[in-house]
Design a protein around this ligand. Structure first.
Ligand code: ZN
Length: 132
């Protein structure tokens, strides 16, 4: 007998379709570093809600140690951008079978905390300009 095709359902709201994605966030504060990840599958709505939250936190908490600034935080942000691409390819999920779905809220760039990321970016540009 042929196997039933495995269609992933959203881990949060149990609706379809959902994508296998891993949302990450990173905190880097001098001597303290913290990595968090949330593995899907997530539907478009739930995944977007979590990704925005995680990316916004990463954008303001993720820069403050040397390894974080150059390695972990750019990786985390790029990884979440890949997740965004995957989630945006999904159609809107069907009705919620049970419970409620998180509100995706405002996009990352509409959240003031995201602009803390400008500080390390400006500092980086300053170093490049001054060095050249
Ligand atoms: Zn969902």
């Amino acid at each position: 007998m042929a196997g039933v095709p495995q269609v992933p359902a959203c881990r949060v709201c149990a609706s379809y379709p959902a994508a296998e994605v891993t949302i990450r966030s990173h905190v880097g504060m001098l001597i303290m570093m913290r990595f968090q990840k949330w593995q899907g599958p997530y539907c478009r709505t739930c995944g977007t809600a979590m990704r925005r939250e995680a990316t916004t936190n990463t954008l303001w908490q993720g820069w403050w140690s040397p390894f974080s600034l150059f390695i972990f935080n750019p990786y985390t942000i790029i990884s979440n951008l890949v997740v965004r691409g995957k989630l945006n390819k999904l159609p809107e999920p069907g009705p919620v079978p049970y419970g409620t779905r998180p509100d995706p809220g405002k996009s990352v760039l509409q959240r003031p905390a995201a602009y803390v990321a400008l500080l390390p970016i400006l500092w980086f540009l300053f170093l490049i300009v001054r060095g050249g």
